[in-house]
Ligand binder design. Structure first.
Ligand SMILES: *[C@@H]1O[C@H](CO)[C@@H](O)[C@H](O)[C@H]1NC(C)=O
Ligand SMILES: *[C@@H]1O[C@H](CO)[C@@H](O)[C@H](O)[C@H]1NC(C)=O
Ligand SMILES: *[C@@H]1O[C@H](CO)[C@@H](O)[C@H](O)[C@H]1NC(C)=O
Ligand SMILES: *[C@@H]1O[C@H](CO)[C@@H](O)[C@H](O)[C@H]1NC(C)=O
Ligand SMILES: *[C@@H]1O[C@H](CO)[C@@H](O)[C@H](O)[C@H]1NC(C)=O
Ligand SMILES: *[C@@H]1O[C@H](CO)[C@@H](O)[C@H](O)[C@H]1NC(C)=O
Ligand SMILES: *[C@@H]1O[C@H](CO)[C@@H](O)[C@H](O)[C@H]1NC(C)=O
Ligand SMILES: *[C@@H]1O[C@H](CO)[C@@H](O)[C@H](O)[C@H]1NC(C)=O
Ligand SMILES: *[C@@H]1O[C@H](CO)[C@@H](O)[C@H](O)[C@H]1NC(C)=O
Length: 237
């Protein structure tokens, strides 16, 4: 049992991935694990533990670039990426009260086959959320969410002030700050409906479970080996 616990811990460490927003400039370094943030700052909604800042980056009213380093991945790790906008001053830190306005459809990131790496992703033209517009001088916050392989979410934010496109206060976007690393891949995320709403509610317990799950309680003991099994699959992949 002890070895399975150790392996499970080792496995979760391997799934670590962190995001650094490189354009526009992020709120600050939240790649911190200490007594205040025993699980790591970056897992904290909505902005990885860093409250609103005043060091804003000018960003076009027509949408613009968002570049980030998704961090390091091990093996065939993958992640889901979301980019959202928040605005307003009614949040607890005087910033946005939520980050509920998606700017892009989420997508999947594919890491290289092995080892940690310093990859960069850049989306050169992230649009404003659907049906939204802002004026030059308005403030907002861009949030990048990375869903790690085990389902937990990492958060990082950049505070922006909108500016007319072409305004010289907007930092230039070029091949040195906006590029995709060659060792990264992308995949689309889509859903297929397998049961209409309500269909699952009409199932009986025996319809819903494979028979070896409910037939007798002794068979539950195999669950104890699940971390081991998952972990070996992970290391083999
Ligand atoms: C804001 O300040 C933090 C802390 O000094 C720094 O890490 C971050 O890069 C700054 N962001 C911008 C956009 O200047
Ligand atoms: C942990 O790091 C954060 C961010 O740097 C800092 O504000 C906090 O005081 C640190 N906590 C401890 C216990 O050192
Ligand atoms: C935007 O935020 C800055 C501080 O970061 C503040 O000085 C300015 O008044 C804000 N602008 C608006 C329109 O709220
Ligand atoms: C999110 O924040 C915006 C801006 O403050 C507000 O208009 C909207 O009602 C909020 N949405 C939710 C679900 O709280
Ligand atoms: C945007 O506006 C169009 C036209 O009014 C509407 O059909 C669409 O549902 C809106 N999209 C969102 C995300 O609100
Ligand atoms: C790209 O733009 C940045 C400013 O955003 C500048 O510091 C850097 O020198 C530029 N790089 C090239 C290759 O032009
Ligand atoms: C990086 O890849 C994404 C996904 O394919 C693409 O949308 C984006 O335009 C690419 N960025 C650059 C700078 O080519
Ligand atoms: C679920 O059962 C109810 C009552 O028998 C029936 O009216 C309904 O159509 C069923 N729904 C589905 C999705 O099968
Ligand atoms: C539990 O169920 C399995 C599979 O149906 C069966 O092989 C096993 O003999 C059962 N054990 C007991 C104690 O009933």
């Amino acid at each position: 049992m002890l070895s399975s616990i150790i392996l499970a811990v080792a496995c979760s460490a391997l799934a670590a991935a962190h995001t650094i927003i490189t354009y526009p400039g992020w709120r600050g370094d939240n790649l911190i694990t200490n007594k205040t943030w025993p699980y790591g700052m970056q897992w904290t909604y909505p902005c990885g533990g860093i409250p609103l800042t005043t060091n804003r980056t000018y960003w076009p009213t027509t949408g613009g670039a968002v570049a980030f380093q998704p961090g390091w991945f091990q093996g065939h790790n993958t992640a889901f990426l979301y980019i959202n906008l928040g605005f307003g001053t009614t949040g607890p830190d005087g910033g946005p009260e939520n980050m509920s306005f998606p700017m892009i459809a989420p997508f999947q990131l594919l890491g290289p086959s092995k080892g940690p790496y310093p990859g960069t992703v850049c989306l050169p033209q992230v649009p404003l959320p659907a049906n939204m517009s802002f004026n030059a001088g308005d403030n907002a916050t861009i949030q990048v969410v990375e869903i790690a392989q085990h389902g937990a979410a990492l958060f990082s934010c950049a505070d922006i002030t909108f500016a007319e496109p072409g305004d010289e206060k907007i930092p230039k976007v070029n091949e040195s700050n906006c590029f995709n690393s060659t060792d990264l891949g992308f995949a689309e995320i889509y859903t297929v409906t397998t049961q209409e709403i309500g269909a699952a509610a009409n199932m009986t317990t025996s319809d819903a479970m494979p028979s070896f799950w409910y037939r007798n309680s002794s068979t539950w003991t195999w669950m104890g080996y699940l971390p081991l099994v998952l972990c070996s699959l992970w290391f083999l992949s």
